[in-house]
Design a protein around this ligand. Structure first.
Ligand SMILES: [Zn+2]
Length: 100
């Protein structure tokens, strides 16, 4: 029952480039530069045309990714504690002092 619903909802949009093909949802490798660092996302949702091969990255996924990569992301999420403790232990090369 659920499978049927999913298949019907599977979206196919006309290609905006060649206007002859249809763009299907696929997972492609996504590369982006964050400062000096190259970020690679191996299974990034995108739309790929079956005629001309035009590839458009999924807008929602892009928005989520930009949130993840944003330096301000930790301030807006509800779980900033985990990230803070991780960074703290990582950026502390010195041994913690047991006494004051
Ligand atoms: Zn096309």
């Amino acid at each position: 029952m659920d499978d049927k619903t999913l298949t019907q909802l599977d979206p196919v949009i006309p290609c905006t480039d060649c206007q002859a093909g249809h763009m299907h949802r696929e997972y492609v490798a996504y590369y982006t530069w964050l400062g000096d660092e190259l970020i690679t996302v191996p299974d990034f949702p995108a739309w790929v045309c079956d005629i001309c091969g035009r590839c458009e990255y999924d807008e929602n996924a892009l928005a989520r990714l930009s949130l993840l990569l944003s330096p301000n992301a930790g301030k807006t999420t509800s779980t900033p504690r985990k990230i803070q403790s991780k960074e703290k232990s990582k950026s502390k090369p010195q041994r913690p002092i047991p006494n004051e």
